[in-house]
Ligand binder design. Structure first.
Ligand SMILES: *[C@@H]1O[C@H](CO)[C@@H](O)[C@H](O)[C@H]1NC(C)=O
Ligand SMILES: *[C@@H]1O[C@H](CO)[C@@H](O)[C@H](O)[C@H]1NC(C)=O
Ligand SMILES: *[C@@H]1O[C@H](CO)[C@@H](O)[C@H](O)[C@H]1NC(C)=O
Length: 245
């Protein structure tokens, strides 16, 4: 804390921290997210703490989540989406496709308190051996395709602060479909068919250059499953060091 007391009032600013003494650059709540180091007058900090505690207590009551999902397609939302998931959550969704099909998921929204709350993906049942990746933060992750007919998602949150959560669309992929591979940031996708033999083309918005292959073709791999022949390219900022004339 920096600042001085004058006539009984605290004059200056302090770094805003949550009840676990985490600096609020890490806190997921919308009002904290923007600033790098929030400096706020003590009175405001006090009321923020009170509201934060009330918010936590109220949200603590919503707790049913997760489940087993079957069907060609559908969506999954974190509990309370988009108003925030509960603290202390441990929600597991298991998507079960028809034997021989795979599951393709596309994130539509993603905001999870960075480095404290996580969405873990499992290529199969939610066992450590099937662990695929752990997502956190405020960037929409790229689409994911399972290798088998079961795919699981597990949301775990800690005991303070949440964010608006996530929404994901899933669909079953037949062995002859590659699925929509998604659009990288600043990219443009030309193509709407994602089955065997289909080709799609990527380019970037003005000011960005493509890194990778612009043309992807849906082919069969050694296991007779449809896959894209190259990974999705990325778009890089055009070099700022390029000089004119
Ligand atoms: C989901 O499946 C239904 C029924 O097959 C279909 O009408 C709908 O377009 C599908 N939605 C998506 C997003 O694929
Ligand atoms: C979440 O629940 C699963 C199954 O009930 C359990 O195995 C796992 O350890 C839990 N994770 C956390 C972080 O509590
Ligand atoms: C998309 O691809 C098709 C065929 O490959 C081409 O005719 C069309 O001009 C492309 N559109 C854009 C916007 O690049």
């Amino acid at each position: 804390m920096k600042g001085i007391y004058r006539d009984g009032y605290y004059d200056g600013s302090i770094e805003l921290r949550d009840i676990f003494n985490r600096r609020c650059v890490k806190c997921g709540r919308g009002d904290f997210v923007q600033a790098k180091t929030m400096r706020i007058r003590t009175g405001i900090v006090f009321w923020n703490l009170i509201f934060s505690l009330m918010f936590t207590c109220v949200k603590g009551f919503i707790h049913t989540c997760g489940g087993t999902l079957k069907g060609r397609n559908g969506t999954i939302e974190s509990p309370g989406f988009p108003y925030g998931y509960p603290n202390g959550a441990n929600c597991t969704w298991v998507i079960v496709a028809e034997e021989g099909n795979r599951i393709h998921i596309v994130f539509q929204s993603f905001a999870v308190e960075e480095e404290y709350d996580f969405l873990s993906l499992y290529d199969g049942h939610p066992h450590p051996a099937n662990f695929r990746t752990r997502l956190t933060g405020f960037t929409i992750p790229p689409p994911v395709t399972s290798s088998g007919s079961i795919f699981s998602l597990r949301l775990t949150s800690d005991f303070a602060v949440s964010a608006h959560g996530f929404k994901v669309a899933y669909e079953e992929l037949r062995s002859s479909s590659c699925g929509n591979p998604g659009i990288p940031p600043k990219g443009i996708l030309n193509g709407t068919q994602f089955s065997l033999g289909d080709k799609i083309r990527y380019r970037c918005v003005t000011g960005y250059v493509l890194d990778g292959h612009s043309l992807l073709t849906c082919v069969t791999n050694a296991a007779s499953v449809a896959v894209w022949d190259f990974p999705v390219p990325i778009c890089r900022v055009t070099s700022p060091f390029r000089l004119h004339g």
